[in-house]
Design a protein around this ligand. Sequence first.
Ligand SMILES: [Mg+2]
Length: 315
Amino acid sequence: MKNIKDALWGFIVGDALGVPYEFSTRNMMKENPAVDMVGYGTYNQPPGTWSDDTSMLLCVLENIINNGDIQSLSELFVKWYRDDYMTPHGELFDIGITTSRALQKVMVGVKPALAGGADESSSGNGSLMRSLPYAFVDDIKKSIFNMTMENRITHRNSICSYCCMFYVKMMRALLEGKDKFEAVKDGAAYLKYGWRITDSDDDHEAEWEWFKLLFKADFAALPESEIKSTGYVLSTLEASIWCFLNTDNYKDAVLKAVNLGGDTDTIAAITGGLAGLYYGYDNIPSNWCEKIAGQHLINNLLNKINLNEKYIQKL
Ligand SMILES: [Mg+2]
């Protein structure tokens, strides 16, 4: 049965695949394409090293398993930021600017719900990259509400939450056995609904135009030159879905994501979450899984969940 194990491993392997290439330009990737899991590069880390994306996601998953709230999640994030909790080699080596600013505020006593940046420059993919576990909670409405609240710890720009809703709804559709294109439609439908009820007095017309790209039936047919692969939340979401739609197996999906260049780890991780769930854990190259660092951290959490169930259910 498909469940969070497929998506989680897909995400983590994608993250680790992208880490050595982060910030490489698309031209650099064209000259020297990624074909396998390697190490070193941007952060000089050994093969299989995952980044802040996975660290924060594991904190979210732990908090869900523990029935935690926004306060306990902010404490886990601070533990990661300050004490290297949930890091593959016991040391934090990568953190986004918006996230580090916000966690510094939490550390001096700012309420978690008010700590995140809310301006335009705070619309990076830092909350999208940790949203995956929310898709696997039985009560999805409540889970998406919690996600939106908990995004505020680091990202209070509403565009970030819209992208998370799109992703989580897509993930949920795949979990329910829908095909890729139906899943995109589900994400889009939910976003349109959310936008209508929450954004009436907000000015996000430019973003809305951008989202409309994703609503187009021929989105997958867009040429690569129209797909940006930056850390801006909308471009990360779009690039990831595009890679997922234009490939037919896990390996090709995540390699396509890395080879777009830019924010390679996060885009490959987001893509990998979708592809891992859709094609299943067994479709992820086993020699890549074997290289993954800090596996005890992943297994400690998965061992607390009943993996015979579709939704997260504590053992
Ligand atoms: Mg990262």
